[in-house]
Write a protein that binds this ligand. Structure first.
Ligand code: P6P
Length: 337
């Protein structure tokens, strides 16, 4: 008898425990299957003829990679026929995508960054798909942007799939954060870690240091204190990692702890940060909190932020609880000064 628990069995058991219903189980299975397809495409590298730019841009003003567009289409097509979704929203699309009239619509909304970290595609560094699931609110047509504008605390599921040396799916349905690794021979995701836990303390931080001169004073002060190390106010030495692929940096933090920071910077004062609230910060915050970590925008809990726009951005401080509290404290004290 195999000791392995497949994703399918895990989801059946979550349904039996009333943590999810049948439609949400189908939705997660469909997204996981789409991630397997994306993993195959990403894994072809230069042999697939799909590296490089697509020659188009997205609402973020970013050049789209061919794989960005392919991953987006894979997720839309996979979710069209199942009857579990009312609409999708994507980093790669200006507006929500209602499920086509040819198919029945369900009561869930799916948001995703189909291929996060895509600037790393051409240099063969881990990238990934991030997704978030909301329920249709009762009071609006469930295909309008307004239906998606719910705080992160309303998510019923979230996850990412990191396409690295292994293809790994990290999932929460609000009862812990769990890791599934793709068994390429069987073609199925297998539970490889139940209830991931982020250590509360850490000596590792992740940030793009080249932006330091553009940060707010408390952000600079916090990093300066980390760099002083043991002799300084933090009383310990720190190490730094920055992969510039959120799924890879967050995966390291879920695996061994750390703090991931993408703060506001004055390079573009009108942008409150680089990362997007709805389909990057909120799903990652849900996963991190379910693993015992914390996630703020430097002042307050990210999952409490009431969204005003589908593609709005937010500063992100997430990871080991005590370290997120420490850096948030630097900002709150500066505000009170
Ligand atoms: P920078 C990738 O483009 C991304 O959206 C995240 O995955 C990553 O954490 C961040 O941007 C990297 O930003 O400014 O260091 O290139």
């Amino acid at each position: 008898m195999s000791q392995h628990v497949s994703l399918t069995r895990f989801l059946i058991e979550e349904e039996r425990a009333d943590h999810i219903n049948a439609d949400l189980r189908l939705l997660i299975e469909v997204v996981a299957r789409a991630c397997k397809t994306i993993s195959v495409a990403v894994g072809k590298g230069a042999l697939g003829g799909i590296l490089g730019d697509a020659g188009t841009g997205n609402i973020q003003g970013e050049a789209q990679k061919k794989l960005d567009v392919i991953a987006n289409e894979v997720l839309l097509e996979a979710n069209a026929w199942g009857g579990h979704l009312a609409a999708c929203a994507s980093e790669e699309m200006d507006d929500p995508y209602p499920i086509p009239d040819a198919f029945p619509r369900g009561n869930f909304l799916l948001l995703f960054d189909p291929l996060d970290g895509s600037s790393n595609i051409d240099v063969n560094v881990s990238i990934g798909t991030i997704f978030s699931v909301l329920k249709c609110p009762g009071d609006v047509q469930c295909v309008d942007t307004q239906a998606f504008l719910q705080p992160g605390s309303s998510q019923v599921a979230a996850g990412y799939c990191v396409y690295g040396p292994a293809t790994t799916l990290i999932l929460t349905v609000g009862h812990g954060t769990h890791q599934f690794t793709l068994d390429r021979e069987q073609g199925s995701f297998v539970l490889t870690q139940r209830d991931m836990r982020i250590p509360e303390e850490t000596q590792e931080f992740a940030i793009n240091m080249s932006n330091k001169r553009h940060w707010e004073a408390p952000m600079q002060a916090y990093i300066d204190d980390l760099l002083i190390g043991k002799e300084g106010p933090r009383g310990k030495n720190f190490n730094m990692r920055w992969i510039a692929s959120m799924v890879a940096d967050v995966h390291r933090i879920l695996t061994r702890g750390g703090v991931f920071i993408y703060p506001w910077d004055k390079k573009d004062p009108n942008k409150p940060g680089k990362l997007r609230l709805m389909y990057e910060a909120n799903p990652m915050s849900f996963l991190v909190e379910q693993a015992g970590g914390a996630s703020t925008n430097g002042r307050s809990r990210i999952m409490d932020i009431p969204p005003t726009e589908l593609h709005q951005r937010v500063p992100v401080f997430l990871g080991s609880k005590k370290e997120v509290e420490a850096v948030t404290d630097y900002h709150r004290k500066a505000d009170q000064a």
